[in-house]
Design a protein around this ligand. Structure first.
Ligand code: GLA
Length: 436
C-alpha cells in the first residue's frame, strides 16, 4: 500500500472562554455571566457570547478580583470525513477538528488532589493522586481522572489541580465529546505541572486512558485530531506511524454535519466486537500471508485470494477495513486535486461498506444519509464516528449549503419524527491554551 507524504500541522490561536468562575471554601462557585451563552449548545453562539463577555471581564481582570488565577485551555471535538474503524487496524483516517470544543479553567494546587467540576452537568468530583490505586467510577469523571492516572504512569509527575470544564461538543453524537474532555484535561494538567506538551504523546496518553481506565478499546483518531487539528484543513493520519498531512478543504465545498439525534445503547459492546473480528481476521490470514500485524498490511487482492480461510462474517468485517483504507488514500489524492465529485463518491461507498459489511449503521442514520445524498449540490454523505447512531457528514457545494440544511432537516423530520441539528463546519486548530 502506498504511503502518503506527510508534514507537521500548525498551532492553535482561538481566544477566550465565555464564563467566569471563582473558588471558595473548597467548593466551586460559578458566576454565570451570560445566560444566552451558557444555555446554548451551539458553538458559534457561545463564541459570540464569549466576545460579549470579554469586553466586560477579561480573564486576567476577573482573576484579580477573585484571586484565583486559572490558566485556560481548549480541545475540539471532530468530524471524520472518511476512514471509519481503520484507526485500530493501523490504517488511515481523515478527520477534521470542529468548532465544538471542551474548555477548561485550571489552577495548580499545593497538594495532590485533582478536583473537577463540570458546567455541563453541575457535578464535582476529586481524586487523590497519592492514593495507591484508583478505581474508575463508570461516569464522565473517568475520562478526566483516567488521563491524570495515565499521565503519571507515562512518567510525568503531576501537581494537584482545580479544574472547571465546559463543553459544547454534543454528547453521544459521534463527534468525540469524550476525547475533547480527555485532551483538555491532559493539556491543562501537563501545563500546570510544568511539562512541555507534546501533542502526539498527549494523544497516546488520552487513548490509553480510554482503553485502560474507561474500558473502551478505541483507536487513536479522536484524541489525535483533537490534539493536532489544522485550521481549514482535514488531517490525513497514518495511524501506524502517526505521520500526518493537512489536506486543504476546497473553498467551493463545505463540510455539513447532521445529527440523527439517535444513539443506540449497544454501541460500545459492538465496537469492541468489531475490533475482535479484525484481530481474528489477522490471525486467520497470517499463515497464508506471512508477516502481517494488522489489516493495514492486507491488500484487497490478498483478502480475496484467501477469503476461504475466514468465516463469512469475519471476511465481511475485514473487507470493510481493507476497502476503507484504500478509499482514504484515494480520497486524499482526489481532494488534493480538487475533484470533489470523486471525493463524494468515496464517501458514499464508505457508507455502503459500513452499512452492509461492517454493520455499524442503523435505520435512522441510513435514512439521514439517503436524504443527504439526494439533495442538490451534495457531493457525498456518510455516517461519521463509531456508529449505531450519531452524525452524518456531507460534502456540499458552498452555494447550496443553506438549501441543503433546510431540506435535510424537513425531510428527516418527515421520515423519522426526529428534528436533526444540521450545521456547516469550518475545521479548527487542535488543542491549546486560550488567550485570557
Ligand atoms: C470511535 C473511536 C475511534 C474510531 C471511530 C471509528 O470514535 O473512538 O478510535 O475507531 O470510533 O472510526
Amino acid at each position: 500500500m502506498r504511503a502518503p507524504v506527510l508534514v507537521p500541522g500548525r498551532a492553535s490561536s482561538i481566544t477566550f472562554p465565555f464564563w467566569a468562575v471563582l473558588l471558595k471554601n473548597a467548593v466551586f462557585v460559578i458566576t454565570q455571566v451570560d445566560d444566552t451563552a451558557l444555555s446554548s449548545s451551539h458553538a458559534r453562539v457561545l463564541f459570540e457570547g464569549g466576545e460579549h463577555v470579554r469586553h466586560r471581564f477579561t480573564a486576567r481582570g476577573f482573576c484579580r478580583t477573585v484571586r484565583w488565577a486559572p490558566q485556560l485551555f481548549r480541545a475540539p471535538g471532530r468530524v471524520n470525513l472518511i476512514g471509519e474503524h481503520t484507526d485500530y487496524n493501523d490504517g488511515f483516517v481523515m478527520p477534521a477538528a470542529l468548532e465544538f470544543e471542551a474548555q477548561a479553567a485550571a489552577a495548580a494546587r499545593e497538594d495532590r488532589l485533582i478536583r473537577i467540576h463540570s458546567l455541563n452537568n453541575g457535578k464535582s468530583a476529586e481524586i487523590d493522586l497519592s492514593a495507591e490505586t484508583h478505581t474508575p467510577r463508570g461516569d464522565w469523571t473517568d475520562y478526566a481522572f483516567g488521563v491524570a492516572v495515565m499521565t503519571e504512569a507515562a512518567g510525568k509527575p503531576l501537581k494537584g489541580a482545580d479544574i472547571l470544564v465546559s463543553s459544547t461538543v454534543p454528547v453521544g453524537s459521534g463527534l468525540s465529546s469524550s476525547a475533547a474532555l480527555e485532551v483538555v484535561v491532559g493539556y491543562a494538567l501537563l501545563s500546570l505541572s510544568g511539562h512541555d506538551v507534546d501533542t502526539v504523546e498527549l494523544a497516546k496518553i488520552c487513548q490509553k486512558a480510554e482503553n485502560d481506565y474507561v474500558g473502551m478499546r478505541c483507536g487513536i483518531m479522536d484524541q489525535f485530531i483533537s490534539c493536532n487539528g489544522v485550521h481549514d484543513h482535514a488531517l490525513m493520519i497514518d495511524c501506524r506511524s502517526l505521520d500526518r498531512k493537512p489536506v486543504p478543504i476546497d473553498p467551493k465545498a463545505r463540510i455539513v454535519v447532521a445529527n440523527s439525534m439517535v444513539h443506540h445503547a449497544l454501541a460500545d459492546g459492538e465496537y469492541n466486537k468489531r475490533r475482535q473480528s479484525c484481530e481474528e481476521g489477522v490471525r486467520l490470514l497470517k499463515p497464508a500471508l506471512g508477516d502481517i500485524t494488522a489489516l493495514r498490511d492486507v491488500s484487497f487482492d490478498a483478502l480475496e485470494e484467501n477469503r476461504d480461510f475466514l468465516p463469512d462474517l469475519t471476511y465481511r468485517r475485514c473487507r470493510h477495513i481493507v476497502t476503507e483504507n484504500e478509499r482514504v488514500l484515494a480520497a486524499a489524492d482526489v481532494l488534493e486535486r480538487g475533484d470533489l465529485e470523486a471525493f463524494g463518491q468515496l464517501m458514499n461507498a464508505s457508507h455502503a461498506s459500513m452499512r452492509d459489511d461492517y454493520e455499524i449503521s442503523c435505520a435512522e442514520v441510513d435514512t439521514l444519509v439517503a436524504t443527504a445524498q439526494r439533495q442538490p449540490g451534495v457531493f457525498g454523505a456518510r455516517m461519521t464516528g463509531g456508529g449505531f447512531g450519531g452524525c452524518v457528514v456531507s460534502l456540499v457545494a458552498a452555494d447550496a449549503v443553506d438549501g441543503f440544511i433546510d431540506a435535510v432537516r424537513v425531510a428527516y423530520r418527515e421520515a423519522t419524527g426526529h428534528t436533526s441539528d444540521v450545521f456547516a463546519c469550518a475545521p479548527q486548530d487542535g488543542a491549546g491554551p486560550l488567550a485570557g
